[in-house]
Ligand binder design. Structure first.
Ligand SMILES: *Cc1c(COP(=O)(O)O)cnc(C)c1O
Length: 357
């Protein structure tokens, strides 16, 4: 079994107060680092002080975007232990992302063991208040010093940790979304189904445009016909129309969300009909107008469930459930978070517990 070097820092930072956490602004004391080269494979795993790194200006990731990332969370259970949510599934997706952009895959069990070690070292960074969590960001980038397009020979893996505040500290805040009918996020056969930085660069202009017009998020349509729903912002999308929950299928241009998967499994367990099928923006606007569109929500690790208040498409708007949080959205949020904090039994084997002394 590969071993990991642990170099603890002595100058520990103060952990910010829970009401000052925000999202993605504070980072813990340590980070996990591992290197890859063709001779040794992934090697030299180490935990060291969180600190800036030095990179060469010709480092390939900066020029050609050969890089991937993940986003998962750990929660403080009532007994003080740490619950890591669906980490294996996140690392499996990380490896799928790696394959698509020619990055060498990781040994999932090994990296999971290293991550647990890191969480043990920085355990005081897992906040305890309900709604808070420790956001975990693994990422890999190409490190060859070279100009020219080809897969890099060397890579670096890092995992950094960020304590995050309650997304809904003041209760749910249903979002106003704008349907983007000019720019697209991703095309089938491209890189839309993996977490790679280029997808997010491609999304910025539309997000800025939507925000200027007073909307919170962009609802993306498919790249070929600008007709079929894809995703909302960096979340998967679900709609309750009549008695059925509808979500776009994983057809190659949308991200296979872990929260999407958790939601589908929970709904099935409740005998709520869930269908993965293409749904057009015209159908959605029609269902909004005739009242059959009862609820709409995004799913993602950051917000878990993000209710949609209204949709704006071309020159018309529809509001959903009078802009209020739907019953099913609330129930799903409560169920998923209860499993994450350990107040509800984990029947699906989604939790890895890290015991804290
Ligand atoms: C990460 C992400 C999601 C949500 O995935 P989760 O695994 O549920 O966090 C959805 N869409 C995009 C584009 C994403 O980057």
């Amino acid at each position: 079994m590969a071993k990991i070097d642990v170099n603890l820092r002595k100058d520990l930072k103060p952990v910010p107060a829970v009401d000052k956490l925000g999202f993605g602004v504070h980072f813990s004391d340590h980070m996990l680092v591992m290197d890859y080269n063709p001779e040794k494979g992934w090697h030299d795993a180490r935990i060291e002080a969180y600190a800036p790194i030095s990179i060469d200006p010709s480092m390939m990731a900066l020029h050609y975007g050969q890089a991937i990332f993940e986003g998962m969370k750990a929660f403080r259970a009532a007994d003080g232990n740490i619950n890591l949510f669906r980490a294996r599934d996140h690392f499996r997706r990380f490896n799928k992302s790696a394959r698509r952009v020619c990055i060498p895959e990781l040994d999932i069990e090994e990296v999971l063991r290293f991550l647990k070690k890191l969480l043990g070292v920085d355990q005081q960074w897992v906040p305890a208040d309900h709604g808070t969590a420790l956001y975990i960001r693994p990422f890999i980038f190409a490190t060859d010093q070279f100009l020219g397009v080809r897969p890099s020979h060397t890579y670096k893996l890092m995992i950094i940790l960020s304590p995050v505040g309650a997304y809904y500290a003041e209760g749910f805040n249903p979002v106003k979304i704008m349907v983007e009918d000019e720019y697209v996020r991703a095309v089938r056969g491209g890189i839309g189904a993996i977490k790679t930085p280029g997808n997010y660069a491609a999304s910025l202009l539309a997000a800025v445009k939507a925000q200027k017009k007073g909307f919170t998020q962009v609802l993306w349509l498919d790249a070929h016909e600008l007709k079929w729903l894809e995703e909302v912002g960096t979340m998967n999308i679900m709609l309750k129309i009549g008695d059925e929950v509808i979500t776009p299928p994983l057809n190659g241009s949308i991200l296979p969300g872990i929260t999407r998967d958790s939601t589908i499994k929970i709904l099935k367990g409740w005998n709520v009909p869930v269908v993965e099928k293409q749904i057009s923006i015209d159908e959605v606007m029609q269902a909004g107008r005739d009242g059959s569109l009862q609820e709409m929500f995004g799913t993602g690790t950051a917000a878990v469930i993000s209710p949609v208040a209204s949709i704006h498409y071309k020159d018309s708007s529809v509001s959903i459930n009078q802009g209020q949080v739907g019953e099913l959205s609330q129930k799903l949020f409560d169920e998923i978070t209860a499993i994450q904090y350990g107040s509800k039994e984990d029947v699906n084997g989604w939790i890895d517990t890290i015991t804290v002394r």
